[in-house]
Design a protein around this ligand. Structure first.
Ligand code: FAD
Length: 282
């Protein structure tokens, strides 16, 4: 078990990580792709760094973390299960237990489809490695929404799932003939209690499961019962969510969507989480 798992290695997550380590806590920090700041051509409003590109700044943040022996691990967190005194964090099938969790996932652009939330865990899955075995010999739609989706489809096909790959892109060259390919996009997940089909425009595709392989997971889908305000996670001044021991920081908590706010919130969450751990261990 680690003290703190951090989800996302943008400015908020890295700030949380260095502050947790400064307070003597063990951390694991996961991130699944480049963050927004790397796209900024020029940043002028972060104190101490005038006229710097987002990419340079992110490199400096990462170097800072690495100098403190913080290893940024590649991985998408797909589910977090509160267990009372700790959390079970599912990182694409690997489970890590943590005393506290800090969410630092950046702004959520994930729009749930009709039927998706209600059928999550009943045929709707965000993780091929975690749930693939459940659908051996069955029909599963894989919806292409990230660069890993094609590889995940090959994995599912390899373990005996009948894969129907739905994508707006061309059929991936890595596919063999066992994988069915449909050009299109999904508009709805259909089923009572379990997935029965997906809607592709007006066409109905019968399926036992649908793998939604996006880069991001909607906050409310990541942790059951998490309180949100629109697309943002509701927090108090300590960056605590409505779930004890679970924090949220950075763009995911709301405006202003700015770097210095993300860094500050990472610090607040990490220091509060560390002090709570210290208190509980006295
Ligand atoms: C073009 C552009 C220019 C900008 N210019 C400025 C500027 O000049 N000044 C300024 O202050 N701000 C600027 N910003 C905003 C700034 O980039 C953000 O406010 C800041 O990056 C927020 O940090 P964050 O850590 O909250 O989120 P992010 O930087 O978005 O990082 C979140 C990370 O979490 C990862 N993640 C998401 N979900 C998961 C998951 N389930 N599992 C694992 N990892 C996950 C993401 O892949 C990402 O790497 C700009 C943004 C853009 C796009």
């Amino acid at each position: 078990m680690v003290d703190i798992v951090i989800v996302g290695a943008g400015p908020a997550g890295l700030s949380a990580a260095i502050n947790a380590v400064t307070r003597g806590k063990t951390v694991r920090i996961f991130s699944n792709k480049e963050n927004y700041l790397s796209k900024a051509e020029r940043v002028d409003n972060h104190l101490g760094f005038y006229n710097i590109s987002g990419k340079e700044l992110m490199n400096k943040f990462r170097e800072h973390a690495e100098a403190m022996n913080i290893k940024i691990e590649e991985g998408k967190v797909v589910n977090i299960l509160p267990m009372g005194e700790s959390f079970m964090v599912n990182i694409n099938g690997e489970i890590e237990e943590a005393k506290k969790v800090i969410l630092a996932m950046g702004i959520s652009k994930v729009k749930e489809l009709p039927g998706e939330g209600a059928l999550l865990g009943s045929g709707v899955s965000y993780c091929a490695t975690c749930d693939g075995m459940l659908y051996r010999g069955k029909n599963a739609v894989v919806w292409d929404q990230s660069k890993e989706a094609a590889e995940e489809a090959v994995y599912l096909s390899g373990i005996g799932v009948n894969v129907i790959f739905v994508s707006k892109n061309a059929r991936p060259q890595i596919f063999n003939d066992n994988i069915k390919y449909i050009n299109g996009t999904i508009s709805e997940v259909v089923g009572n209690n379990k997935v029965e089909a997906v809607m592709l425009d007006k066409e109905k595709i019968m399926a036992d499961a649908v793998f939604m392989l996006r880069d991001a997971v909607a906050p409310a889908a990541l942790v059951d019962g998490l309180e949100t305000e629109g697309n943002f996670i509701a927090v108090n001044r300590n960056m605590e969510t409505n779930i004890g021991g679970l924090y949220a920081t950075g763009d995911i908590t709301g405006k202003p969507l700015q770097l210095s706010k993300a860094v500050s919130e990472g610090l607040i969450a990490a220091q509060h989480a560390a002090s709570q751990i210290d208190k509980s261990e006295k």
